[in-house]
Design a protein around this ligand. Structure first.
Ligand SMILES: *Cc1c(COP(=O)(O)O)cnc(C)c1O
Ligand SMILES: [Zn+2]
Length: 400
Protein backbone atom coordinates (compact mmCIF):
# COMPACT_ATOMS: atom_id res chain seq x y z
CA UNK A 1 0.00 0.00 0.00
CA UNK A 2 1.29 3.43 -0.99
CA UNK A 3 -0.80 5.65 1.30
CA UNK A 4 1.64 7.70 3.39
CA UNK A 5 -0.33 10.18 5.48
CA UNK A 6 -3.27 12.54 5.61
CA UNK A 7 -2.81 16.29 5.57
CA UNK A 8 -5.21 19.17 6.07
CA UNK A 9 -6.37 20.80 2.84
CA UNK A 10 -6.32 24.21 4.53
CA UNK A 11 -3.58 24.42 7.18
CA UNK A 12 -1.48 21.46 6.02
CA UNK A 13 -1.28 19.77 9.45
CA UNK A 14 -0.23 16.14 9.08
CA UNK A 15 -2.42 13.34 10.52
CA UNK A 16 -1.53 9.69 10.93
CA UNK A 17 -3.03 7.07 8.63
CA UNK A 18 -2.89 4.49 11.40
CA UNK A 19 -6.33 5.37 12.73
CA UNK A 20 -9.70 6.34 11.28
CA UNK A 21 -9.51 10.12 10.95
CA UNK A 22 -12.30 12.63 10.47
CA UNK A 23 -11.42 16.32 9.91
CA UNK A 24 -8.29 18.36 10.79
CA UNK A 25 -7.69 18.48 14.55
CA UNK A 26 -6.43 22.01 14.13
CA UNK A 27 -8.98 23.76 11.90
CA UNK A 28 -11.80 21.19 11.31
CA UNK A 29 -11.34 21.29 7.54
CA UNK A 30 -11.04 18.26 5.20
CA UNK A 31 -8.05 15.90 5.25
CA UNK A 32 -6.46 14.81 1.98
CA UNK A 33 -4.68 11.47 1.49
CA UNK A 34 -1.09 11.46 0.22
CA UNK A 35 0.67 8.58 -1.53
CA UNK A 36 4.26 7.69 -2.28
CA UNK A 37 3.79 8.48 -5.96
CA UNK A 38 7.49 7.96 -6.73
CA UNK A 39 7.18 4.38 -5.58
CA UNK A 40 3.93 3.95 -7.53
CA UNK A 41 5.49 5.27 -10.73
CA UNK A 42 8.36 2.81 -10.33
CA UNK A 43 6.01 -0.20 -10.46
CA UNK A 44 3.02 1.05 -12.46
CA UNK A 45 2.79 2.63 -15.91
CA UNK A 46 -0.22 3.75 -17.95
CA UNK A 47 0.16 0.68 -20.17
CA UNK A 48 -0.21 -1.69 -17.19
CA UNK A 49 -3.77 -0.47 -16.67
CA UNK A 50 -5.05 -1.65 -20.04
CA UNK A 51 -5.96 -5.21 -19.10
CA UNK A 52 -7.29 -4.49 -15.63
CA UNK A 53 -10.80 -4.99 -14.28
CA UNK A 54 -13.44 -2.53 -15.52
CA UNK A 55 -14.02 -0.82 -12.17
CA UNK A 56 -12.43 2.00 -10.19
CA UNK A 57 -10.30 -0.65 -8.45
CA UNK A 58 -8.09 -0.72 -11.56
CA UNK A 59 -6.34 2.23 -9.84
CA UNK A 60 -5.64 0.19 -6.74
CA UNK A 61 -2.13 1.60 -6.16
CA UNK A 62 -3.48 5.13 -5.71
CA UNK A 63 -6.36 4.05 -3.48
CA UNK A 64 -6.03 3.66 0.31
CA UNK A 65 -7.29 0.10 0.85
CA UNK A 66 -4.38 -2.24 1.77
CA UNK A 67 -3.38 -4.56 -1.08
CA UNK A 68 -4.21 -7.72 0.89
CA UNK A 69 -7.76 -6.60 1.76
CA UNK A 70 -10.84 -7.19 -0.34
CA UNK A 71 -12.67 -3.88 -0.94
CA UNK A 72 -16.42 -3.59 -0.33
CA UNK A 73 -17.45 -3.44 -3.97
CA UNK A 74 -20.14 -3.99 -6.56
CA UNK A 75 -17.62 -3.28 -9.39
CA UNK A 76 -18.39 0.47 -9.40
CA UNK A 77 -16.74 2.95 -11.73
CA UNK A 78 -15.24 2.58 -15.21
CA UNK A 79 -18.49 4.03 -16.53
CA UNK A 80 -18.75 4.87 -20.22
CA UNK A 81 -17.65 8.22 -21.63
CA UNK A 82 -20.32 8.62 -24.28
CA UNK A 83 -20.15 10.92 -27.30
CA UNK A 84 -23.14 13.27 -27.68
CA UNK A 85 -23.35 13.57 -31.49
CA UNK A 86 -26.81 15.17 -31.53
CA UNK A 87 -27.02 17.08 -28.24
CA UNK A 88 -23.56 18.61 -28.65
CA UNK A 89 -24.08 20.18 -32.10
CA UNK A 90 -27.54 21.39 -30.99
CA UNK A 91 -25.89 23.58 -28.34
CA UNK A 92 -23.03 24.56 -30.66
CA UNK A 93 -20.45 22.17 -29.21
CA UNK A 94 -19.59 19.28 -31.55
CA UNK A 95 -17.05 17.77 -29.13
CA UNK A 96 -19.18 17.05 -26.08
CA UNK A 97 -18.78 13.85 -24.08
CA UNK A 98 -21.07 12.65 -21.31
CA UNK A 99 -19.53 10.63 -18.50
CA UNK A 100 -22.46 8.40 -17.62
CA UNK A 101 -22.30 7.89 -13.89
CA UNK A 102 -25.92 6.73 -13.76
CA UNK A 103 -24.57 3.27 -14.65
CA UNK A 104 -22.99 2.92 -11.22
CA UNK A 105 -24.49 0.66 -8.52
CA UNK A 106 -27.48 2.46 -6.90
CA UNK A 107 -27.70 4.71 -9.97
CA UNK A 108 -25.34 7.52 -9.02
CA UNK A 109 -21.68 8.39 -8.66
CA UNK A 110 -22.05 8.35 -4.86
CA UNK A 111 -21.19 4.65 -5.21
CA UNK A 112 -17.55 5.52 -5.93
CA UNK A 113 -17.03 7.39 -2.71
CA UNK A 114 -18.96 4.94 -0.57
CA UNK A 115 -17.12 1.89 -1.92
CA UNK A 116 -13.77 3.31 -0.81
CA UNK A 117 -15.01 4.97 2.41
CA UNK A 118 -16.92 1.91 3.63
CA UNK A 119 -13.92 -0.29 2.80
CA UNK A 120 -11.72 1.96 4.94
CA UNK A 121 -14.22 2.30 7.80
CA UNK A 122 -14.40 -1.51 7.87
CA UNK A 123 -10.59 -1.73 7.75
CA UNK A 124 -10.31 0.47 10.85
CA UNK A 125 -12.98 -1.50 12.70
CA UNK A 126 -16.05 0.76 12.53
CA UNK A 127 -19.17 -1.13 13.68
CA UNK A 128 -21.97 1.22 12.54
CA UNK A 129 -22.10 3.83 9.80
CA UNK A 130 -24.15 7.03 9.51
CA UNK A 131 -24.63 9.79 6.94
CA UNK A 132 -26.74 12.88 6.39
CA UNK A 133 -27.84 12.87 2.77
CA UNK A 134 -29.89 14.64 0.13
CA UNK A 135 -30.74 11.15 -1.17
CA UNK A 136 -28.16 9.44 -3.36
CA UNK A 137 -25.41 9.24 -0.72
CA UNK A 138 -27.86 7.51 1.61
CA UNK A 139 -28.86 5.02 -1.08
CA UNK A 140 -25.22 4.22 -1.77
CA UNK A 141 -24.23 3.91 1.89
CA UNK A 142 -27.23 1.65 2.57
CA UNK A 143 -26.10 -0.70 -0.19
CA UNK A 144 -22.41 -0.79 0.74
CA UNK A 145 -23.12 -1.15 4.46
CA UNK A 146 -25.45 -4.09 3.78
CA UNK A 147 -22.89 -5.59 1.42
CA UNK A 148 -20.37 -5.79 4.27
CA UNK A 149 -22.81 -6.57 7.09
CA UNK A 150 -22.71 -3.25 8.95
CA UNK A 151 -25.77 -1.26 10.08
CA UNK A 152 -26.38 2.09 8.33
CA UNK A 153 -28.14 5.06 9.96
CA UNK A 154 -29.39 7.56 7.41
CA UNK A 155 -30.72 11.08 7.91
CA UNK A 156 -32.54 12.73 5.01
CA UNK A 157 -34.73 15.81 4.59
CA UNK A 158 -38.40 14.79 4.64
CA UNK A 159 -38.88 16.00 1.05
CA UNK A 160 -36.10 13.75 -0.31
CA UNK A 161 -37.21 11.99 -3.54
CA UNK A 162 -39.18 8.93 -2.51
CA UNK A 163 -37.10 6.54 -4.58
CA UNK A 164 -34.10 7.34 -2.37
CA UNK A 165 -36.02 6.52 0.79
CA UNK A 166 -37.42 3.32 -0.70
CA UNK A 167 -34.02 2.01 -1.86
CA UNK A 168 -32.58 2.60 1.63
CA UNK A 169 -35.46 0.73 3.24
CA UNK A 170 -35.07 -2.10 0.74
CA UNK A 171 -31.40 -2.51 1.65
CA UNK A 172 -32.05 -2.65 5.38
CA UNK A 173 -30.97 0.80 6.57
CA UNK A 174 -32.38 2.69 9.59
CA UNK A 175 -33.91 5.86 8.15
CA UNK A 176 -34.75 9.14 9.88
CA UNK A 177 -36.56 11.85 7.90
CA UNK A 178 -35.77 15.34 9.20
CA UNK A 179 -37.84 18.50 8.84
CA UNK A 180 -35.21 20.75 7.26
CA UNK A 181 -32.20 20.62 4.97
CA UNK A 182 -29.10 18.40 4.73
CA UNK A 183 -27.37 20.83 7.12
CA UNK A 184 -30.02 19.99 9.77
CA UNK A 185 -29.50 16.27 9.08
CA UNK A 186 -25.74 16.73 9.47
CA UNK A 187 -26.22 18.44 12.82
CA UNK A 188 -28.31 15.49 14.01
CA UNK A 189 -25.70 12.91 12.94
CA UNK A 190 -22.89 14.94 14.53
CA UNK A 191 -24.86 15.27 17.78
CA UNK A 192 -25.62 11.55 18.09
CA UNK A 193 -22.63 9.81 16.47
CA UNK A 194 -20.37 9.67 19.54
CA UNK A 195 -23.01 8.30 21.96
CA UNK A 196 -24.45 5.82 19.45
CA UNK A 197 -21.04 4.61 18.24
CA UNK A 198 -21.63 5.57 14.62
CA UNK A 199 -18.87 6.51 12.21
CA UNK A 200 -19.97 9.67 10.35
CA UNK A 201 -19.43 9.47 6.59
CA UNK A 202 -20.56 13.05 5.83
CA UNK A 203 -19.09 14.61 2.70
CA UNK A 204 -15.42 15.53 3.33
CA UNK A 205 -15.70 14.80 7.07
CA UNK A 206 -13.67 11.65 6.53
CA UNK A 207 -10.85 11.42 3.95
CA UNK A 208 -11.86 8.45 1.80
CA UNK A 209 -15.08 9.24 -0.08
CA UNK A 210 -12.90 11.82 -1.85
CA UNK A 211 -10.45 9.06 -2.84
CA UNK A 212 -13.27 7.13 -4.48
CA UNK A 213 -14.50 10.21 -6.31
CA UNK A 214 -11.05 11.13 -7.58
CA UNK A 215 -11.13 8.06 -9.81
CA UNK A 216 -13.40 10.15 -12.08
CA UNK A 217 -10.25 12.07 -12.97
CA UNK A 218 -8.18 8.94 -13.60
CA UNK A 219 -10.93 7.46 -15.75
CA UNK A 220 -11.50 10.43 -18.01
CA UNK A 221 -7.73 10.72 -18.56
CA UNK A 222 -7.43 7.03 -19.44
CA UNK A 223 -10.60 7.01 -21.56
CA UNK A 224 -9.43 10.07 -23.53
CA UNK A 225 -5.99 8.61 -24.24
CA UNK A 226 -4.31 10.68 -21.48
CA UNK A 227 -5.35 14.01 -23.04
CA UNK A 228 -7.66 15.90 -20.70
CA UNK A 229 -10.58 17.86 -22.17
CA UNK A 230 -10.62 21.66 -22.41
CA UNK A 231 -13.63 22.09 -20.13
CA UNK A 232 -15.34 19.98 -17.44
CA UNK A 233 -18.83 20.83 -16.16
CA UNK A 234 -19.59 19.42 -12.73
CA UNK A 235 -22.86 19.70 -10.73
CA UNK A 236 -21.55 20.98 -7.43
CA UNK A 237 -23.10 20.29 -4.04
CA UNK A 238 -20.37 19.38 -1.54
CA UNK A 239 -17.92 19.37 -4.44
CA UNK A 240 -16.29 15.99 -3.81
CA UNK A 241 -16.05 15.00 -7.46
CA UNK A 242 -14.60 18.33 -8.57
CA UNK A 243 -12.07 18.41 -5.73
CA UNK A 244 -11.29 14.74 -6.34
CA UNK A 245 -10.64 15.20 -10.06
CA UNK A 246 -8.40 18.17 -9.35
CA UNK A 247 -6.43 16.00 -6.90
CA UNK A 248 -6.25 13.17 -9.44
CA UNK A 249 -4.83 15.49 -12.12
CA UNK A 250 -2.08 16.55 -9.72
CA UNK A 251 -1.30 12.93 -8.82
CA UNK A 252 -1.24 11.84 -12.47
CA UNK A 253 1.18 14.64 -13.33
CA UNK A 254 3.47 13.46 -10.49
CA UNK A 255 3.20 9.94 -11.90
CA UNK A 256 4.27 11.24 -15.31
CA UNK A 257 0.97 10.15 -16.87
CA UNK A 258 -0.31 13.58 -18.00
CA UNK A 259 1.15 17.01 -18.74
CA UNK A 260 0.55 20.14 -16.67
CA UNK A 261 -2.35 21.20 -18.92
CA UNK A 262 -5.62 21.32 -16.99
CA UNK A 263 -9.25 21.55 -18.05
CA UNK A 264 -11.17 24.70 -17.08
CA UNK A 265 -13.37 23.49 -14.23
CA UNK A 266 -16.95 24.73 -14.14
CA UNK A 267 -18.87 24.42 -10.86
CA UNK A 268 -22.56 24.37 -11.79
CA UNK A 269 -25.16 24.98 -9.08
CA UNK A 270 -28.91 25.57 -8.79
CA UNK A 271 -30.15 29.17 -8.64
CA UNK A 272 -32.06 28.25 -5.49
CA UNK A 273 -28.86 27.13 -3.72
CA UNK A 274 -25.65 28.60 -5.09
CA UNK A 275 -23.18 29.52 -2.33
CA UNK A 276 -20.17 28.63 -4.50
CA UNK A 277 -21.36 30.77 -7.41
CA UNK A 278 -21.86 33.69 -5.02
CA UNK A 279 -18.37 33.29 -3.54
CA UNK A 280 -16.82 32.90 -7.01
CA UNK A 281 -18.49 36.08 -8.24
CA UNK A 282 -17.41 37.96 -5.11
CA UNK A 283 -13.83 36.72 -5.46
CA UNK A 284 -13.98 35.07 -2.03
CA UNK A 285 -12.13 31.86 -1.07
CA UNK A 286 -14.82 30.78 1.44
CA UNK A 287 -18.56 30.67 0.85
CA UNK A 288 -21.32 31.91 3.14
CA UNK A 289 -24.33 29.73 3.83
CA UNK A 290 -27.16 30.04 1.28
CA UNK A 291 -30.30 30.79 3.28
CA UNK A 292 -33.69 29.26 2.41
CA UNK A 293 -32.10 26.84 -0.08
CA UNK A 294 -34.60 25.38 -2.51
CA UNK A 295 -34.20 23.36 -5.74
CA UNK A 296 -35.55 20.12 -7.19
CA UNK A 297 -31.95 19.04 -7.79
CA UNK A 298 -31.62 17.52 -4.33
CA UNK A 299 -27.91 16.74 -4.77
CA UNK A 300 -27.26 20.46 -5.24
CA UNK A 301 -29.24 21.49 -2.16
CA UNK A 302 -26.12 21.97 -0.05
CA UNK A 303 -26.27 25.44 1.55
CA UNK A 304 -22.80 25.21 3.10
CA UNK A 305 -19.84 23.07 1.97
CA UNK A 306 -16.91 22.28 4.28
CA UNK A 307 -14.68 22.00 1.20
CA UNK A 308 -15.77 25.37 -0.26
CA UNK A 309 -12.18 26.68 -0.51
CA UNK A 310 -11.01 23.50 -2.25
CA UNK A 311 -13.76 23.88 -4.89
CA UNK A 312 -13.05 27.59 -5.36
CA UNK A 313 -9.26 27.08 -5.51
CA UNK A 314 -9.65 24.45 -8.24
CA UNK A 315 -12.09 26.55 -10.25
CA UNK A 316 -9.88 29.64 -9.99
CA UNK A 317 -6.55 27.91 -10.62
CA UNK A 318 -7.99 26.21 -13.69
CA UNK A 319 -9.28 29.46 -15.21
CA UNK A 320 -12.78 28.05 -14.78
CA UNK A 321 -16.06 29.61 -13.80
CA UNK A 322 -19.20 28.98 -11.76
CA UNK A 323 -22.81 29.55 -12.70
CA UNK A 324 -26.32 28.82 -11.51
CA UNK A 325 -29.26 27.32 -13.40
CA UNK A 326 -32.95 27.63 -12.49
CA UNK A 327 -35.10 24.52 -12.03
CA UNK A 328 -37.24 25.15 -15.13
CA UNK A 329 -34.08 25.18 -17.29
CA UNK A 330 -33.06 21.85 -15.73
CA UNK A 331 -36.39 20.28 -16.71
CA UNK A 332 -36.03 21.57 -20.28
CA UNK A 333 -32.49 20.20 -20.45
CA UNK A 334 -33.61 16.77 -19.17
CA UNK A 335 -36.00 16.52 -22.13
CA UNK A 336 -33.49 17.88 -24.60
CA UNK A 337 -30.62 15.55 -23.73
CA UNK A 338 -33.10 12.71 -23.31
CA UNK A 339 -34.60 13.14 -26.76
CA UNK A 340 -31.27 13.68 -28.52
CA UNK A 341 -29.09 11.11 -26.73
CA UNK A 342 -31.46 8.65 -25.07
CA UNK A 343 -30.13 9.40 -21.60
CA UNK A 344 -32.58 10.07 -18.75
CA UNK A 345 -30.36 12.32 -16.64
CA UNK A 346 -30.81 13.57 -13.08
CA UNK A 347 -31.75 17.26 -12.69
CA UNK A 348 -28.26 17.94 -11.28
CA UNK A 349 -26.70 16.77 -14.55
CA UNK A 350 -29.34 18.61 -16.56
CA UNK A 351 -28.07 21.79 -14.89
CA UNK A 352 -24.66 21.06 -16.47
CA UNK A 353 -26.25 20.44 -19.88
CA UNK A 354 -28.03 23.82 -19.63
CA UNK A 355 -24.84 25.50 -18.41
CA UNK A 356 -22.87 24.11 -21.38
CA UNK A 357 -25.42 25.67 -23.74
CA UNK A 358 -25.15 29.05 -22.02
CA UNK A 359 -21.35 29.03 -21.98
CA UNK A 360 -21.28 28.08 -25.67
CA UNK A 361 -23.68 30.89 -26.52
CA UNK A 362 -21.64 33.48 -24.61
CA UNK A 363 -18.44 32.29 -26.30
CA UNK A 364 -16.82 31.20 -23.00
CA UNK A 365 -16.61 27.70 -24.51
CA UNK A 366 -15.50 27.74 -28.16
CA UNK A 367 -17.01 25.33 -30.65
CA UNK A 368 -13.66 23.61 -31.29
CA UNK A 369 -13.16 22.78 -27.60
CA UNK A 370 -13.59 19.34 -26.05
CA UNK A 371 -16.10 19.31 -23.21
CA UNK A 372 -17.08 16.71 -20.61
CA UNK A 373 -20.46 16.91 -18.89
CA UNK A 374 -21.13 14.66 -15.92
CA UNK A 375 -24.35 12.70 -15.73
CA UNK A 376 -23.96 12.07 -12.02
CA UNK A 377 -27.15 10.07 -11.53
CA UNK A 378 -30.19 8.54 -13.15
CA UNK A 379 -33.37 10.55 -13.63
CA UNK A 380 -35.31 7.45 -12.56
CA UNK A 381 -34.74 8.42 -8.92
CA UNK A 382 -36.65 11.71 -9.27
CA UNK A 383 -40.21 10.80 -10.31
CA UNK A 384 -41.63 13.76 -8.33
CA UNK A 385 -39.67 16.22 -10.49
CA UNK A 386 -40.98 14.72 -13.70
CA UNK A 387 -44.60 14.23 -12.68
CA UNK A 388 -45.90 16.02 -15.78
CA UNK A 389 -43.56 14.22 -18.23
CA UNK A 390 -46.22 11.96 -19.68
CA UNK A 391 -46.15 12.92 -23.35
CA UNK A 392 -48.63 10.13 -23.99
CA UNK A 393 -51.93 10.18 -25.84
CA UNK A 394 -54.76 8.06 -24.57
CA UNK A 395 -56.46 5.92 -27.19
CA UNK A 396 -60.26 5.78 -27.03
CA UNK A 397 -61.58 2.43 -25.73
CA UNK A 398 -61.87 -0.25 -28.40
CA UNK A 399 -65.38 -1.45 -29.41
CA UNK A 400 -66.24 -4.62 -31.18
C1 LIG B 1 -24.45 14.27 -4.62
C2 LIG B 1 -24.81 14.58 -6.01
C3 LIG B 1 -24.23 15.67 -6.69
C4 LIG B 1 -23.26 16.62 -6.02
O1 LIG B 1 -22.05 15.98 -5.74
P1 LIG B 1 -20.97 16.64 -4.77
O2 LIG B 1 -19.81 15.78 -4.87
O3 LIG B 1 -21.60 16.68 -3.42
O4 LIG B 1 -20.73 18.02 -5.26
C5 LIG B 1 -24.55 15.85 -8.02
N1 LIG B 1 -25.42 15.03 -8.66
C6 LIG B 1 -26.00 13.98 -8.05
C7 LIG B 1 -26.95 13.13 -8.81
C8 LIG B 1 -25.71 13.72 -6.71
O5 LIG B 1 -26.28 12.67 -6.11
ZN1 LIG C 1 -6.23 22.20 9.30
Amino acid sequence: MFLTELSCGLCGKSHSKSLLQTVCQNCQRPLLASYDLKAVSAILSRKDLAGREPSLWRYREVLPVPADEEPVSFREGWTPLLPAPRFGPEIGLPNVWIKDESQNPTGSFKARGMSVAVSMAKHYGATALAVPSAGNAAGALAAYAARTGLPAYLFMPEDTPRANVVECAATGARITLVKGLITDCAREVARRAAVEGWFDLSTLREPYRLEGKKTLGYEIAEQMGWQLPDVILYPTGGGTGLIGMWKAFHEMEQLGWISSKRPRMVAVQAAGCCPIVAAFNAGERFATEHLNASTMASGLRVPKAIGDFLILDAVNQSGGTSLAIIDREMLEAVKRVGATEGLFVAPESAACCAAAGKLAKSGWIRSDETVIIFNTGTGLKYPECFADFTGSERLPPAHD
